[in-house]
Design a protein around this ligand. Structure first.
Ligand code: C5P
Length: 221
């Protein structure tokens, strides 16, 4: 199965459905995030049924509430869902225990929008790299399946967690516009570095012909 999951970042169900229909057959699944989910809810997810679905809502709350949210999501049968590792061990264990057996529960460590100064502002000493390593180890020790990480972090993450499942955004086909992603790799490079899933949005969804873009990426792997 293709490791490519297309990020469908739109609040518009009809546009999302058209994108899913265009890329089906060329990708392994789709990723839906807060923008789509908050606008359209579970019914909006069901309206896109057909491909494996990564529901990226980054849960972070008390263990009982996160477990309930994971159980509520189970009706949609996500292939993958996300939680914040900073929610702590009990929350991570509760999330994993509440997920269906086939669903991968993956942790966000430090958002890539944060730098060392932001961590200091929220009372976290040390730098981003140390905090990413600390939270990745916590996710693993709590029984999660893996983490979200940048293409440049994945080789180091896999070295210490060989059986981990690594979700990697920030992937760009050779020659494409990198947009607001600062540090990118091609799909083939990211896979070679140890990525389990490649999350690719605008290079496919923003292409004049999304099906052709998805096909070209598949051919490059
Ligand atoms: O359009 P693009 O390929 O940049 O989309 C990447 C997707 O991965 C978006 O949904 C974005 O929110 C998500 N993401 C990211 N970088 C992270 C975490 C998530 O680009 N560090």
């Amino acid at each position: 199965m293709s490791p490519v999951f297309v990020a469908i970042d739109t609040p518009d169900v009809a546009r999302a459905r058209a994108l899913v229909d265009a890329v089906a057959g060329h990708v392994g699944g789709i990723k839906l995030g807060l923008e789509y989910f908050v606008a359209n809810g579970p019914a909006g997810v069901a309206a896109l049924a057909g491909l494996p679905t990564f529901i990226d809502l980054k849960f972070h709350d008390i263990p009982n509430t996160v477990a309930g949210a994971v159980r509520s999501l189970a009706a949609l049968q996500p292939a993958v869902l996300t939680v914040h590792a900073a929610g702590g061990r009990a929350m991570l264990e509760a999330a994993k225990a509440a997920a269906l057996p086939g669903c991968k529960v993956v942790a966000v460590t430090v958002l890539t929008s944060l730098d060392d100064g932001d961590l200091s502002d929220i009372g976290v000493g040390g730098d981003v790299a140390a905090q990413v390593a600390r939270l990745a180890a916590l996710a693993r020790a709590s029984g999660l399946d893996g983490i979200v990480c940048s293409p440049h972090e994945v080789a180091a993450a896999k070295a210490v967690w060989p059986e981990g499942y690594f979700v990697v955004p920030g992937v760009r086909p050779a020659g494409s516009d990198i947009g607001d992603q600062k540090r990118v790799m091609t799909p083939a490079e990211a896979l070679a570095a140890g990525a389990s899933m490649l999350v690719i949005g605008r290079p496919i969804t923003g292409a004049a012909d999304p099906a052709a873009a998805a096909r070209a990426i598949a051919a490059s792997l």
